[in-house]
Design a protein around this ligand. Structure first.
Ligand SMILES: Cc1ncc(C[n+]2csc(CCOP(=O)(O)OP(=O)(O)O)c2C)c(N)n1
Ligand SMILES: [Mg+2]
Length: 564
């Protein structure tokens, strides 16, 4: 079909509604009022659910969770006064490379600089958190700009996009002109393309990998975005290579796989850091090799022989000088390497694999007492172990940052390749709304979110949204009555021992979140004994309602810091 052959007179709103429907959008997360005419047309022309939520940041996080769970762009919207709140919410999607499309109202050329109510120039605020940040000033541009937004969000290394529509509420959508609401199905989902690697570069990388005596793989979010977990595991098995993951790539290999050594870096597991630091070659796949994944380039140390595979050429060698670099899609590249692999060479790594298993075993032994502790208040390690043991095998696990990221990154294991794991890229409070967005994207899968109490407070109002829209996610709150990741830092600045008054810097009132959730229309379950958690989780998963499980945990428990 040639572009422009089926143009007809239509409203911008009609065009937008048709295009979102045809791209397969099922949910839009917004705070009114923006693109009002579009919302009315969505009701007339589509089945898209229009979720009116309690804050623009939560709308962005829901869209982000939706995007990371499905690979489809998540859509969030705000009028001009809410635009910066929405931009703040794109920051995590930017860091995590999630395809989120943000739409906001913007300025009228006729009135800008005249002190219009609520108006500033919002465009610069979107610049650092988007791949593409553009204004739509003429209604005739709706089709090509919406296509550009989808195309940019899902291609290459995915990421957020912002479109600002003319009018503080984007009233340009009520204007009419000749348009064709054509969409490109290829750009409805990540990955849009699977770029083939250059064959010679694959051969060179494979030779180096096969020749290594003590290699380790570090797999990141690029492997998850490419859906390359099975190919990763197949290559690791064929060549007998241990696999560490970044926090963003945790679901690339189940934690109970014999070659899985855990999450490497800062929010990590000791065994992963030790294995990566004992390796004579590190193969990075789909990871930015950033500070978090490498514990500020201490695991592995810069200078460790390395090879790297990435879809983004600029990532290759950014932090570690490389013996070989491969530019291509992770799934295609790993399959190529697996097909070319010489399995016979794997036997020479028998001693290395035995050493790796000893390292993993000693981690298990060291943490066994905490993982099985019956202490009251509950130890977070025990909570993680119960989640490992009772997580449904097709669950989407959504995890906040801070101690939540450390506890779950280090102590929790995925036990099935069908489970997904998504984590905050650093923003406290991301997980609860992101979990709701993930449940919107995958209503048939159980969604279990893990957050601290400080993280949960941020967007607690969205319990009402979950109840109103029947978003039946399960949220587990590790409730210790404070932001206790901050404890260590305050101990330090107080010279080792805080004053009693210092605790006002990081503790809250003791709150029963189960009661609040119940009052807001969800189901609330309070757990005070570790042994009661499995039944609470089973009840929550079986409930046809959103559930908050409030777990009363030990405020003095500190997650282990990274070992190098
Ligand atoms: C937006 C944002 N602000 C501040 C922080 C710094 N921060 C990291 S963890 C944390 C406290 C976390 O408390 P909680 O969620 O209760 O988890 P806990 O450490 O108590 O287990 C804070 C304030 C952050 N990561 N993100
Ligand atoms: Mg806390």
């Amino acid at each position: 079909m040639l572009l422009g052959h089926n143009r007809k007179k239509m409203l911008g709103a009609e065009c937008m509604a048709d295009m979102l429907r045809d791209y397969g959008v099922t949910h839009v997360f917004h705070v009114p009022a923006v693109l009002r005419t579009t919302f009315a047309e969505m009701e007339r022309r589509t089945d898209i659910k229009r979720l009116h939520v309690h804050g623009e940041k939560a709308a962005a996080y829901m869209a982000d969770g939706y995007a990371r769970a499905s690979g489809k762009p998540g859509i969030c919207m705000a009028q001009v006064i809410g635009a910066l709140n929405l931009a703040a919410g794109l920051r995590d999607a930017w860091l995590a490379h999630a395809p989120v499309i943000a739409m906001t109202g913007g300025r009228e050329p006729k009135t800008k600089f005249r002190k219009v109510y609520q108006e500033i120039d919002d465009m610069p605020a979107f610049e650092p958190v988007t791949k593409f940040n553009a204004t739509v000033d003429d209604v005739a541009r709706f089709p090509d700009m919406v296509r550009q937004a989808f195309r940019t969000a899902v291609t290459g290394c995915p990421g957020p996009v912002h479109l600002q529509f003319r009018g503080n509420e984007g009233q340009i959508d009520a204007e009419e002109t000749d348009m064709e609401p054509l969409i490109e199905p290829q750009f409805a989902k990540v990955p849009a393309f699977r770029p083939e690697p250059d064959a010679a570069s694959v051969r060179a990388a494979l030779k180096i990998l096969q020749d290594a005596n003590r290699p380790a793989i570090v797999a990141g979010g690029g492997v998850r975005a490419s859906g390359a977990g099975a190919e990763l595991v197949a290559l690791a098995e064929a060549l007998q290579i241990p696999v560490a993951t970044s926090l963003n790539g945790k679901d690339c290999i189940p934690g109970n796989h014999p070659l899985a050594v855990g999450v490497v870096g800062t929010y990590s597991r000791e065994s992963a850091n030790r294995v990566v630091n004992a390796a004579d070659l590190v193969c990075f796949i789909g990871t930015e090799t950033g500070g978090m994944t490498t514990h500020f380039w201490a695991a592995p140390k810069i200078g460790t022989p390395a090879i790297q595979i990435d879809i983004e050429p600029q990532a290759l060698g950014r932090n570690y000088p490389l013996l070989a670099a491969v530019n291509g899609d992770a799934k295609v590249t790993l399959a190529r390497m697996r097909n070319g692999a010489d399995r016979n060479g794997a036997a020479k790594r028998k001693n290395w694999i035995a050493e790796v298993q000893t390292i993993c075993g000693s981690w298990r032994d060291k943490y066994q007492p905490a993982l099985t502790s019956d202490a009251v208040p509950i130890r977070p390690e025990r909570l993680c172990r119960e989640l490992t043991r009772h997580m449904p095998d097709d669950a989407v696990v959504v995890v906040d940052t801070g101690h939540a990221g450390m506890w779950m990154g280090g102590m929790f294991d995925l036990t099935s390749p069908r489970q997904s794991y998504m984590r905050s890229a650093g923003h406290l409070g991301w997980a609860f709304p992101a979990g709701l967005g993930a449940k919107c994207a995958c209503p048939e899968r159980p969604v279990v979110t893990f957050t601290g109490d400080a993280g949960f407070w941020y967007h607690i109002a969205e319990v009402e949204t979950a109840a109103r829209w029947n978003i039946n996610a399960v949220t587990v709150v590790n409730n210790n009555g404070g932001g206790n990741q901050s404890k260590r830092g305050f101990d330090r600045v107080y010279g080792g021992k805080q004053t009693d008054k210092a605790r006002e810097l990081w503790t809250f009132s003791k709150i029963d979140f189960a009661r609040i959730a119940g009052d807001m229309g969800a189901i609330g379950i309070r757990v005070e004994q570790a042994s009661a958690f499995p039944a609470a989780l089973a009840q929550a998963l079986a409930a046809d309602r959103p559930v908050v499980i409030d777990v009363v945990t030990e405020i003095e428990a500190l997650a282990p810091t990274a070992v190098v």
